[in-house]
Design a protein around this ligand. Structure first.
Ligand code: 5AD
Ligand code: SF4
Length: 472
């Protein structure tokens, strides 16, 4: 599908990517000390935290249970909306309080907020008790900085980057399901979004390195991998090596891990070939997160999304027609500057058309440094909250309707852990990424089992194991 630009995008400066192989020793000089790591934001941050954990544990720290336990606290921050920032600032207050009693406590900030020069300046000015500030590009420097904070002085390392680091080590949270970065940064410059500023320009990892990592994870017994990028379908565009995301996805599928997933897809550049590859391989999961953001052409143009509502619909239809039983979820922003009630109605109408399996919905939050932060915003907060409420009602109605279709069906569930719904229960995910709670003991964890769905709610399903089907 060919999607023309609806809005003048910022020119992409050519970035010559520097591939750097990390190779350094870390001495366990903090044996007996404890760390507490708090992660805010998206899957990128969650995966970055797995790198941070590796470094902390290599330094000798052990994971503590709470902030009060900690000798070092690391806050991996998010900048996507103002409330994400507020949460970090709130938590920092608790850290400051603790540091009054525990003078040697090391406080470290990293992640997206600390990539923004104004935020860094404000942290230095208003939170001078913070010891280390690093960004998203230089996490590998953390062990060196921690080891060097002898007198716990303020250190700031702020850098933008044209680099891709290879040979990164992770302490993965799960032995069942693993994240794999395939690309960093984003070049789309949606006018509301801070990500191109916090994560830098689009930089793809080389295909050989990704395939090597997938093969390693298969050998380690992982049942599921999720390929991670701000915009996975742009994978490879910056490399000019003749391969794209469809090529990568196919090669990854052929390695034979039982479940392959990917996030996030932009409707722009979502090629027919991608759809064909997803449809062809049983181990590529039929689940696509396809952010819509708005159903109004005028707002999409102001957002610089590069597609129209009609083009979104056509893409959506093609995905639904070609990929059997596919589930599609989305992201939607309400209250974007200039959004009229009519624009909003168009969003509601498109949600009704697509009947999404789920949607993450947000009120527009102006981010300093983005174009939309300067757009005139005349919509009252009351109106924005009302739109969000009305949108959520429709979204939840379709989530429930989609989930109800599963009742009585037998589906394959990868059991990932204990359920929050009771000690006798475990939980897992269908191929379409529906959360299922089921009665069963911990021996099921890590297995793919056949489950009969007996009840449906808006955000989860209840099921019973039919037959344990271990996939080797
Ligand atoms: N305000 C509100 N929502 C935003 N998102 C990104 N930037 C903003 C913003 N400034 C939402 C988009 C995106 C998701 C990860 O967060 O919907 O897809
Ligand atoms: Fe932000 Fe996604 Fe747009 Fe990139 S494509 S600018 S990450 S919303």
């Amino acid at each position: 599908m060919n999607l023309p630009d609806l809005c003048v995008a910022r020119d992409r400066k050519k970035v010559d990517i520097n591939y750097i192989n990390l190779d350094f020793d870390i001495k366990p000089i903090f044996k007996g000390k404890k760390y507490f790591l708090r992660t805010y934001g998206c899957q990128m941050n969650v995966h970055d935290s797995e790198e941070i954990k590796y470094y902390l544990e290599a330094l000798g720290f052990q994971q503590g249970n709470c902030l009060e336990d900690a000798d070092i606290v690391v806050l991996n921050t998010c900048a996507i909306r103002e409330n994400a920032k507020d949460k970090v600032i709130g938590y920092l207050g608790r850290c400051k309080h603790l540091k009054k009693e525990k003078k040697d406590l090391i406080i470290c900030l990293c992640g997206c907020l600390t990539e923004l020069p104004n935020e860094v300046m404000s942290f230095k000015k208003n939170h001078s008790y913070v010891d280390i500030i690093i960004g998203t590009h230089n996490i590998y420097e953390l062990p060196k900085l921690i080891a060097e904070t002898k007198g716990f002085q303020n250190i700031e390392v702020y850098s933008n980057s044209d680099k891709v680091y290879e040979n990164i080590k992770y302490k993965r949270d799960s032995k069942i399901s693993a994240w794999i970065n395939i690309a960093y940064g984003c070049d789309k410059f949606c006018t509301y979004c801070i990500v191109p500023m916090t994560r830098g320009r689009e930089r793809s990892r080389k295909i050989e390195q990704i395939l090597e990592e997938v093969a390693y994870l298969k050998k380690e017994g992982f049942q599921e991998i999720t390929l991670l990028g701000q915009n996975v379908n742009a994978y490879g565009n910056d490399l000019n090596l003749g391969y794209d995301f469809a090529t990568l996805l196919e090669k990854v599928a052929l390695i034979g891990i039982p479940r392959v997933r990917f996030v996030t897809s932009h409707p722009w550049n979502f090629t027919d070939r991608m759809i064909d590859v997803i449809a062809k391989y049983d181990n590529i999961m039929p689940y696509i997160h396809l952010p819509l953001q708005s159903g109004s052409d005028e707002i999409l143009r102001k957002m610089n999304r590069r597609y129209s509502r009609l083009q979104y619909k056509e893409l959506f239809d093609m995905i639904k027609n070609k990929i059997k039983n596919v589930a599609v979820t989305t992201d939607i922003i309400v209250g974007f500057p200039g959004e009229t009630e009519e624009d909003f109605q168009q969003t509601l109408e498109l949600v009704q058309y697509c009947m999404f399996d789920g949607a993450y919905t947000f009120i527009f939050s102006p981010r300093e440094g983005t174009l939309a932060a300067n757009f005139e915003d005349e919509i009252s907060l009351e109106e924005k909250e009302d739109r969000l409420k009305r949108l959520n009602e429709v979204v939840n109605k379709y989530s429930l309707l989609n989930n109800q279709k599963y009742v009585g069906q037998e589906v394959m569930v990868l059991v990932t852990g204990e359920s929050e719904k009771g000690k006798d229960k475990v939980c897992g995910y269908t191929e379409t990424f529906k959360l299922v709670n089921l009665i069963g003991d911990q021996s099921l964890i890590g297995k793919i089992v056949k489950v009969k769905i007996i009840d449906a709610k808006s955000f989860s399903l209840d099921g019973e194991v039919v037959k344990e089907a271990l996939i080797a």
